[in-house]
Design a protein around this ligand. Structure first.
Ligand code: PMP
Length: 635
């Protein structure tokens, strides 16, 4: 089969499952959500949430005031580098200035919403006008709160050796999620699912229905008093102060940046790091034996080490700096692919891939005579493991999958998929472009052979990205671009090549952007990716609910596990036009095919409107989005 005959995502493959998931929300409920028949959530005047009062009492100061988080000399590299003294430390984003309150939906409103969902009559109730948008369970006394769980569950989640407020020494800013929140390496707690968490039955009286599943509800044992520990607060307002561009006004309105799947904004810590690098450290790296070359090499290589730690790679040699996800995929296809794939070998992709995880494989397939096979998705936008297994054959040599769909937000069960592929002897690349900014990723526990992502979607600069590859694989791979930096010895007759990662970094690298990416990773680690995941998870549920209840809005992509994205269309206004209307309100969203045309084709669409979230987005911004969409549709 030639690449021009690559099968259309849905029709050609066996095992297409048109309807629901094997678990979670039932189809009737889902239909109500997706076709917007779900009425307003009663219990609108949400009573104070369970954790509010107790949290109000608890205040702390940030230990970050004494934590520089700044780069120092790197072991094994020149110690001559300056340790970035000039950079201001960003305001501790988790310092508790405001009163933090729990995002746990108030029990009464949950129960009411559950009844609403269950009652057939409710399906036809009229959604409220913009003037009377019901308060959500997350809204409390006009103040949107951070996403931290109620103290009892937080405390219960603290490790037995929990850090106390008085504890000296470094604070673990990557604490485990509360024990009652299921998170498994790159996956989030389910959004549209009422399956009991971790196989344990829900607590008595706990609601059991779609996305208001009590994400943070405590298990019985979680209520037990636990040792005091350092509360890890996530104050979104403090986070926002770290991002100067969020103060920007567009069309006279305050910017609402909901185009994070396209690119993310940059914190002051990253901006300052770049200024310092170019002011005090800049030089080309690796070659010259002078002070600035040493400083610059330190800065560049320490960024590599930061990235290694951030994604849990085994060594810094497994981190190749590239231009972005696109280049990473092209590198693997060109280097690994051309060496190890041949005539009739099969490359498996999912329907949900970004073009950058399709086209490089088409190039390869054309060059070596390989065949591309595509895993279908359900009507909810999920990839089922059974469909995946059916798509693999004895000829499957390579599997390349997105971790999170940029068009729909679906989180693919990549760990299980990697397991399955490995059992068939195939290697796997995971496109993590839409994953790493939303939840913790550990490439070793995923057992990914390759993992790719882009710096600009991770609050870092553009023109820098990462290809993680298992050392044994990188060692076997030939270079894909020739030039300086990547060689051992060159004669006109023959050249030999450097070890990875240099072998794959021909020419002068994106030095400043790499250093900036290191600063972005530092910034995120100070916040804790689990905290980011918890915040965004609540925000995504809130946004889903807000958009689903607008008459005339249809959500596209309602998989049980999602991150970052709510895609929708309306019955009145084409997606691109809606994008322009929202822009007039200062709300930046992407509208179009999102470089995922096969995904659009699967749903019979040309385009969707795609608000996409990041750690600095707020419930207020979602309210603004909801009001703006309602206004547009009422005109
Ligand atoms: N994969 C996914 C899932 C993406 O969302 C994107 C960017 N939209 C890419 C790959 C390509 O990333 P980049 O343009 O930074 O190379």
């Amino acid at each position: 089969m030639t690449t021009s005959e690559v099968p259309a995502p849905v029709s050609v493959l066996p095992g297409v499952t048109a309807t629901g998931a094997p678990r979670g929300i039932d189809d009737a409920t889902l239909d109500r959500i997706t076709s917007n028949l779900l009425g307003p959530i009663p219990g609108a005047a949400a009573p104070e949430s369970a954790g509010t009062a107790a949290l109000t009492a608890a205040r702390t100061t940030s230990p970050l005031a004494s934590t520089s988080g700044l780069p120092g000399p790197t072991a094994g590299v020149s110690s001559a580098a300056t340790p970035f003294p000039g950079a201001p430390i960003p305001a501790a984003p988790y310092l508790d200035e405001a009163i933090h309150q729990s995002q746990i939906p108030a029990p009464a409103s949950i129960a009411a919403a559950a009844a609403q969902t269950a009652a057939p009559g409710a399906a036809t109730s009229v959604a409220p006008s913009s003037a009377a948008i019901p308060a959500s369970p997350y809204f409390d006394a006009g103040i949107h709160q951070s996403q931290i769980p109620a103290p009892s569950s937080v405390a219960a989640a603290a490790p037995a050796t929990g850090i106390t407020e008085a504890a000296a020494g470094p604070i673990d800013w990557s604490p485990p999620l509360p024990a009652n929140v299921e998170i498994h390496d790159g996956s989030l707690p389910r959004l549209f699912d009422d399956a009991p968490l971790s196989g344990k039955p829900p607590q008595d009286g706990a609601p059991s229905y779609y996305f208001l599943t009590p994400i943070l509800a405590t298990r019985p044992e979680a209520a037990a008093p636990a040792a005091p520990f350092q509360r890890r607060l996530f104050d979104v307002n403090d986070i926002r102060r770290d991002f100067p561009i969020l103060e920007e006004r567009v069309h006279g309105k305050r910017l609402v940046w909901l185009d994070n799947a396209a690119t993310t904004q940059k914190p002051q810590a990253v901006i300052d790091r770049l200024v310092h690098y170019y002011s005090h450290e800049y030089s080309n790296v690796h070659r010259a034996a002078h002070e600035l070359a040493a400083r610059s090499t330190d800065a560049y290589e320490s960024a590599r080490e930061k990235v290694q730690r951030f994604i849990g790679a085994g060594s810094a040699e497994e981190i190749v700096f590239v231009r972005g996800t696109t280049e990473a995929v092209n590198l693997v296809a060109a280097s690994y692919g051309r060496k190890f794939l041949g005539e009739g070998d099969e490359i498996v992709l999912s329907t949900l891939e970004h073009h950058s995880n399709i086209v490089p494989w088409q190039f390869l397939a054309e060059q070596v005579g390989a065949v591309i096979r595509v895993v279908p998705v359900t009507d909810r936008g999920e990839v089922l493991l059974s469909d995946f297994e059916r798509t693999l054959t004895t000829r499957t040599k390579f599997v390349s999958l997105t971790h999170v769909s940029n068009a729909l937000g679906t989180i693919l069960p990549v760990r299980e998929m990697i397991d399955i592929a490995h059992r068939r002897g195939a290697k796997v690349l995971i496109d993590g472009a839409q994953a790493v900014s939303h939840f913790p990723v550990n490439v070793q526990s995923l057992d990914a052979d390759f993992y790719a992502f882009s710096g600009h979607k991770l609050f870092g600069p553009s023109a820098i990205g990462v290809l993680y590859g298992k050392k044994a694989l990188l060692d076997e791979m030939p270079p894909w671009q020739g030039g300086g930096n990547m060689i051992q010895r060159v004669t006109f007759e023959h050249s030999t090549f450097a070890d990875p990662p240099s072998r794959f970094e021909a020419g002068t690298a994106a030095l400043g952007p790499a250093v900036g990416l290191g600063a972005a990773v530092d910034y995120l680690e100070r916040i804790g990716m689990q905290n980011v995941a918890t915040h965004e998870r609540a925000l995504l549920a809130y946004a889903t609910e807000a958009l689903a209840r607008i008459p005339g809005v249809r959500l596209i992509g309602t998989a049980p596990e999602k991150a970052g994205v709510v895609s929708f269309i309306t019955d009145k206004i084409p997606a691109e036009e809606m994008g322009k209307i929202l822009d007039q309100d200062g709300i930046a969203v992407r509208a179009g095919h999102h470089c995922a045309q096969p995904t659009m084709d699967r749903f019979g669409l040309e385009a969707t409107v795609r608000p996409s979230l990041a750690l600095y987005n707020t419930h207020d911004e979602i309210d603004q989005l909801e009001r703006a969409v309602r206004r547009a549709l009422q005109k």
